[in-house]
Design a protein around this ligand. Sequence first.
Ligand code: PRT
Ligand code: ZN
Length: 284
Amino acid sequence: MITLAVQKSGRLSEHTTKLLSECGIAFGNGGAARLKAESRNFPIQILFLRDDDIPECVADGIADIGIVGANVYYEKARPLEIVEQLGFAKCHMAIAVPKVFNYKGLSDLNGLSIATSYPNILRGFLDENNLNAEIHEISGSVEIAPGIGLAKAIFDIVSTGSTLLANGLKEVATVLQSEAVLVAGENLSADKTDLLDQLLLRIRSVKAAQNRKYILLNAPNTALADICAILPGMKSPTVMPLAETGWSSLHSVIEEDQFWERISALKAAGAQGILVIPIEKMIM
Ligand code: PRT
Ligand code: ZN
């Protein structure tokens, strides 16, 4: 049995539940108190916690692995290893100042007070850049600090940027890119390492499928060489003859981010009847 700590409720919880379900791991919601749940079909126990407590819980061995924002992982600085980037809850951490601040460069931060809930990450950034700003630690609503005179600048998570905008602030330095990560404690037993490997295979198969589409198209045989060059699949495209002489059907896998660019190129090369189909799992 392996124990996974996840966020009880918040920005990570829905995606985490979805990921586990796509990995074929079924579990109850842990009842009304939702403290822990055991999977019915995989030897895993889930602990539901506040995200801030997850790194410590894994480092202490109460859980073996955890899902947490990279920002929290770096802030807590526990002896844990990131075993997989999970690709959701993407955001970045930035320093922001009031819009009216005539900011020219990092050295303008010298002597300022900066409000944040992430003092360790901020301290690392300031030290790395030889800046001597004062860190003012507060636990929430960091963005209102300059408006109420608590600090001259802030360091916080930014996603769309609308919170900064609504509070009359502008971003001046990006410090860290973040997304949800799977972390593991340092000394997992052989049994637990084996279960972690099984879980990772499932997670990677789900992620690989999310980033790719299955593509089918028809093309005259004269265009096949050009089309194959545009479509490098997992190995090479599958080509099958159509009933109509001189024509073939071609099947392949295409990366999501190259999708539109490749589709135009395929059409230009003579592809017709292009079908693009989602892939549920892709075992790498
Ligand atoms: O209760 P618990 O302690 O478990 O949760 P929490 O309230 O501390 O965390 P939660 O659920 O808000 O966020 C969990 C994780 O989601 C964070 O640690 C990040 O890794 C990630 N994440 C992704 C975000 C955001 N996007 C985000 N936009 N976390 C917070 N925000 C906040 C940010 O603090 C700021 O107030 O949203 C505001 C900025 O958003 P924009 O879109 O206006 O820029
Ligand atoms: Zn939290």
